[in-house]
Design a protein around this ligand. Structure first.
Ligand code: HEM
Length: 228
């Protein structure tokens, strides 16, 4: 598994690919916030509501993961990274195995919903619908079984001692990691707050406007906005 990761990592850590990965994450999150801000009605189908809820729960689960799995080994030269490092943390931090598994299921369901509602009217996609259903269940199940088995193999680690060992002598890097974690979370909550303020202002402006009924000679009775 670690050998495979090293092979895949060579691809992901190739600078243009890393830039594309993080740019696409950034674009996806930005578009999601824009879509949330532009909504004029919350009367939406259940699948779309699920997409919003699932999608907006991803950043909070993903931020500590990326900081722990990618940024920490990148900044701390004492950390080798890899599955030994990540699975050790997941297995030995109370509740993290649950949250990590939940994130995997959320990201997967969000992906499946998105693909399904994008392709649902295409005949080629519908022809293989039963196969997609099976894959949608089997793939995350196998992934989770792999995670649980590998985490069990990594076994018990004293995380406190491990952190002391790798971070001793690098207080400024620890500071940077904490800063990155806080900054990313604050950015997320800040964007959500901005969207909420935008909606509040729009509702307030809507209430201030008065509507009047106009009897149009050709088009009948029309309800028109009267701005203050
Ligand atoms: C239990 C499930 C998971 C495990 C065991 C796991 C493990 C890892 C490991 C070992 C790395 C470091 C890779 C490397 O540097 O070679 C990593 C990075 C990463 N993981 Fe996960 N991961 C899991 C779930 C997820 C999920 C659901 C996502 C959602 C999108 C995700 C997104 C990422 C990202 C964005 C990176 C950084 C990639 C990079 O910059 O190279 N992971 N993960």
């Amino acid at each position: 598994m670690e050998a495979m990761r090293q092979l895949i990592t060579r691809f992901w850590h190739f600078l243009p690919v890393t830039i594309i990965l993080y740019l696409s994450l950034f674009t996806h999150f930005t578009l999601a916030f824009v879509a949330l801000a532009r909504r004029t009605s919350w009367n939406l189908p259940k699948w779309q509501l699920a997409q919003y809820v699932l999608g907006f729960s991803v950043p909070l689960l993903l931020i500590p993961h990326v900081i722990g799995a990618r940024l920490t080994p990148a900044l701390l030269e004492t950390v080798e990274g890899g599955y030994q490092w990540v699975l050790g943390a997941i297995w030995n931090t109370e509740g993290l195995l649950f949250w990590q598994s939940l994130m995997l299921l959320i990201v997967w369901s969000h992906f499946c919903c998105g693909i399904h509602f994008w392709l649902r009217i295409r005949a080629g996609y519908r022809r293989w619908l039963s196969l997609w259903h099976i894959l949608a269940i089997v793939i995350p199940l196998l992934a989770l079984l792999g995670v649980y088995r590998a985490a069990f193999e990594v076994g018990d680690i004293d995380l406190g001692e491990r952190w002391q060992r790798v971070s001793a002598g690098y207080p400024e890097v620890v500071e940077q990691l904490l800063w990155a974690d806080n900054a990313a979370r604050n950015l997320f909550w800040g964007c959500l707050l901005l969207v909420a303020i935008y909606h509040a202002v729009r509702i307030y402006q809507g209430r201030r406007r008065t509507t009047v009924w106009v009897n149009h000679p050709n088009r009948g009775l029309l309800n028109t906005l009267l701005s203050n």
